[in-house]
Every structure is written in C-alpha cells, then in structure tokens.
Ligand binder design. Sequence first.
Ligand SMILES: [Zn+2]
Length: 387
Amino acid sequence: MEVKKLYYDDSHLKTFSATVTGCAQAQKGWEITLDATAFYPEGGGQPWDTGKLGDSAVLDVQEKDHNIIHLCDKALPVGSTVTGTIDWERRFDFMQQHSGEHMVSGVIHALYGYHNVGFHMGADVVTIDFDGPIPLDALEKIEDKVNAAIWENLPVRCFYPAEDVLQTLPYRRKKDLPWPVRLVEFPGIDLCACCGTQVKSTGEIGLVKLLSCVKFHEGVRIEMVCGKRAMDLLSRVYEQNRQVSQLFSAKILETGPAAKRINDTLAAEKFRATALEKRLFDYIAQSYAGEKLALHFEENLTPAQNRMLCDAMAKQCGIAVALSGSDKTGYSLCIISRTEDAKALGQQATTLLGGNGGGKREAFQGNLSASAGKIREFFRQIYENEK
Ligand SMILES: [Zn+2]
C-alpha cells in the first residue's frame, strides 16, 4: 500500500497518527515506514523534516520506491499506532525559504526570462542560480516586487491539473515531467512544478531579502533569506552595527561615513608617522657620519623600519649595521654597505653568532639569536668605530 503523504493534504499539519508498516535495523538506527506521514522527505531542494515518532527521534527522512523511510533512533513495533510530531520551527523555516524562492524565481523569470537552474537551502542562506546576467542594482526592484506580493497576502495554490490542461499552462520547470504534475501557483507571480511544502498564503513568508548577486557560470548566483531568517539576520547585523556606532560615536545609520572618516584619518596618521620616522632615522644616521662602521641597536622596529634606518645610516658611513630586538627575543639584522661586501659580513655574523638571512653584496637582512654583547664583540673585532 502506498504511503499517504499528509504534508501534501495540509502543509501545516504538525502532529498526526499513523500505523507502523515496517521497521528494519539499519547502520545508523531504524528505518521505519508508516501508512501515512506528515514528515517531508528530502527533495526539490528542500531538506527533510525531523521530529518524533512516539518516543523515537526522527533523524532523516528519504523517499525510496514510493515509500517514505523515517530513520529513527529507536525501533517501533510493526502494526502499532504512533503519534508523529514534526519539528515545526525547522519545517516552517524551510517553507518560508522555499515559497520565497518560488516568488523570486517567478519575478526574475517574468522580468528577464531567465530560469532557475539551481537551488540550495543552506544553514544560513538560500542560494538560487539563474542562467543569465542580472545587475546588482536590479536586486532592489526584484525585492520590492516580491515583497509587495508577499504583503498582499495572496493565496498559494498547489494542484494537479488534468493532462490536457497541463499542456496549456505556462509553468516553470527544470525538466519535462510525466503526468500527473504538481503545480504551485502564486497568483500573478509564479506557476511552477514543485514537490515541496509551501505556505498557504504569501503573508506567511513575511519578507524576502536579497543579499548578493555574483557571476556564476553563464549567469548569476543570488543569496537570499526569507521570513524569520531575515529577522534573525537583521538582529545580528543591527547588533554589530550598534557596537560599531558606539565605538565610532556615530549614529546607527551613519556608521559607513564614520568608518570612512576613521580610515582616512588612519591613512593620514600613517603618512605623518612615516615622515617623522624618516626624519628620526636621518637624525640617528647623522651621528655616524664619516665612520667606517656604524653599529646601532633599537628595540621595537619592524624589519622594514630597521631596513629604512640602515639605509639612512649607509649614506653616512662605510658599513651600516642596524639591529632591532632584545637579548630575549633575538635581533633583526640589516647590513648595508656601498664599499664592503655586506653579504659576506652578514653570512659570517649569522654563522658565528647563530641566525639566518640572505641578501646581495650591498645589503644583507636576517636575524641573530646572540646577545647584544656578543654582537658588539663580533663587530668590534672587525671595526672599532661602533656606538
Ligand atoms: Zn519548489
């Protein structure tokens, strides 16, 4: 006997009673079949329902050979009558997303003639793929059209037209289907073949928010959220924005310009700091003017800053050696010379003092793990003129 699909009679049925017609042990639990069920099996882009059958948890629901298999965590006696309860929050979320997807697809089909060629209900967002380009700035118009129809609270009709009638109907479909075909109609918006569960009237969707539209194969992929998901997203985004507005001392809807102002200020400050740094490095370098070797220690320069300082020093002396760090963390090393072989000196230093690095004849950069005392001693043995 074929299972009665109660979710098609009433998409809002949350509890039902049915007779267990089969119970077989499987790898991950028990595969239970019923004479009737309100549990929707995975299909048409819509995930399966979860819930309870008696005191057994329903973990997965799949349709196989005209039967609906409920994967449960406990066995149920064949022939017994059980009460089934579906996780309504989960199901209603899927219905809001699924019905919203139909309306968006219908509006895009009417505006552009494009087809929905892929539909995925993710944990956070729904993605729909279309077979043609849609500019990003068109999303608002599409969204407005869909939401206006949602707020008209139009009745949604699921029906099986007679074979000759079906042939006359301009309905959307991914492929040609054998009769009978289940159609879902959103009046004036969409008519499409569908096997999923739908809301009874468009108002139940609440709202649709299109989030992004990016190039995908020959067309685009649109990300969207509907109903409670849109509300949850609004709450999360609003909370983030509230934090940003507090940090920036900006009104909640003016965080964008405030972020830009702070970015611009940061860039100007960075520019000013670099100019000051350069003046400071030139000042330090001048104190080594005319010396054969200049050995200089700093504590907190980045390797790039250390290099800049060394460059400035090298303009004033024979060999410039700049080090930044501490005995505890080790030192970043830069050697620059216009007259001597900086690379050979660097290699000698890293070999004898422990460290690594590389470079060319004029400049060597690396790290040393020895103490400042040992480093001074090494260079003192070569040249006396250090500071
Ligand atoms: Zn559908």
